[in-house]
Design a binder for this molecule. Structure first.
Ligand SMILES: [Zn+2]
Length: 384
């Protein structure tokens, strides 16, 4: 086993020591820029507002390989930390600190791997790029989204991308995320005519008209799934109607719901389908829509299979592919790059107190990131 010139553990500690609560990078991007420039990367800041983004590039031509990550973290939160959250501390086989899993370790590991790779193979054919942002945990508008606006105008789109988000569930290497479901919220207001329950001709009961609509919505099979995505699911989360009095028909009924959907649908197609259903049952309604995340999926199997092999080469573990979990910047990058996956540490303590990572996983993760670079850029030479 090789050892990295730049020790990923030491680099992780330096980055955790930066108090980079969103959108501050607290100096962490300069640490990366200095390291990467020393290894021949050209580095550029793409900043907007308080958010900083670092773009680093080495080499030229295809294939273009992107490592993407964020250096910002969520606030450490209340008491209960065994060690101060911004003082990286090793204890009983773990490294503690805010960002140890989400996702400063990955940032350090892929930067160390990229530096190692370009010093060992300075003449490799292709391009390695890194994109680090300080606003992923916030609204993200000035982070990856903005950087991609700037970059997509002038840079060749990457062929492959690893977002270093913590993807594993139990052991480092057990899970690669190759997509995420979309999430759409709706707030449906069904209007009726309020009045006395004893005079049914003078009222229009919005609960009665909503009832068959809700029955249809809750029984609809939206699709059969789109492997590896599960079937699209619809859930009603709230129903509010009524004045509290037993003799009053209410004037309106408000229903909120959420749909988790796979890429067979778009937010627009679901909105139309549901509004059409509403028209069948209710005479006066409105829906306020809020798309909280669009789905992304990398259909092509080449890159995710190469990454799975790289993980197996280093850990002996055969990873599973998964599309579960919340959102990440992968959904934005996917619009620019055809093959995007997320791969990083175990995610059992993200955003919690006492966030930590097994110390041995740090060197291992960096080796996996190094190995995938070998598989992508050197495979012609060693006949893989
Ligand atoms: Zn994250």
């Amino acid at each position: 086993m090789f050892s990295m010139q730049q020790d990923p553990l030491e680099l992780t500690k330096k980055i955790i020591a930066c108090e980079s609560v969103t959108p501050s990078d607290a100096g962490s991007l300069k640490i990366f820029a200095d390291l990467l420039s020393q290894h021949g990367f050209s580095c550029e800041e793409i900043n907007r507002g308080q958010t900083k983004n670092l773009w680093a590039k080495y080499g030229s031509g295809a294939p273009v390989f992107l490592f993407a990550g964020h250096v910002d973290v969520v606030p450490p939160g209340a008491d209960g930390w065994k060690f101060p959250p911004f003082v990286p501390t090793e204890d009983e086989g773990f490294l503690y600190g805010r960002g140890a899993q989400d996702m400063k370790t990955s940032d350090a590991c892929f930067a160390a791997a990229a530096c190692e790779f370009v010093s060992k193979h300075p003449q490799f054919k292709g391009t390695i790029v890194l994109l680090l942002t300080s606003d992923e945990e916030g609204d993200g508008k000035d982070g990856t989204q903005y950087a991609l606006q700037v970059l997509s105008d002038r840079e060749v789109a990457p062929d492959f991308c690893i977002v270093g988000e913590p993807s594993c569930t139990r052991l480092l290497g057990d899970t690669i995320k190759n997509g995420r479901r979309g999430s759409l919220n709706g707030k449906l207001t069904v209007r009726g005519i309020q009045g006395h329950v004893a005079y049914p001709k003078k009222v229009r009961n919005p609960i009665h008209s909503a009832a068959p609509l809700l029955a249809e919505l809750s029984q609809t099979v939206w699709d059969e799934g789109l492997p590896p995505f599960p079937a699209t699911s619809f859930q009603i989360s709230n129903i509010h109607a009524g004045t509290g009095a037993v003799n009053v028909v209410p004037g309106e009924c408000v229903i909120t719901f959420n749909i988790r959907y796979n890429p067979k649908h778009t937010a627009a197609s679901l909105e139309k389908q549901i509004e059409d259903m509403c028209r069948k049952y209710v005479w006066d309604f409105k829906i306020e829509w809020q798309e909280s995340a669009s789905p992304f999926f990398s259909e092509k199997p080449f890159f995710r299979n190469e990454l799975a092999e790289a993980i197996k080469d280093v850990t002996g573990i055969k990873p599973e592919f998964s599309t579960s979990g919340g959102t990440s910047d992968g959904r934005f990058i996917r619009q620019w790059c055809p093959e995007v996956v997320e791969f990083g540490p175990v995610n059992d303590r993200i955003h919690k107190v006492n966030e930590r990572i097994p110390t041995k996983d740090i060197a291992c993760l960096s080796k996996i990131y190094y190995r995938i670079l070998e598989r992508i850029f050197l495979s012609e030479h060693d006949g893989n």
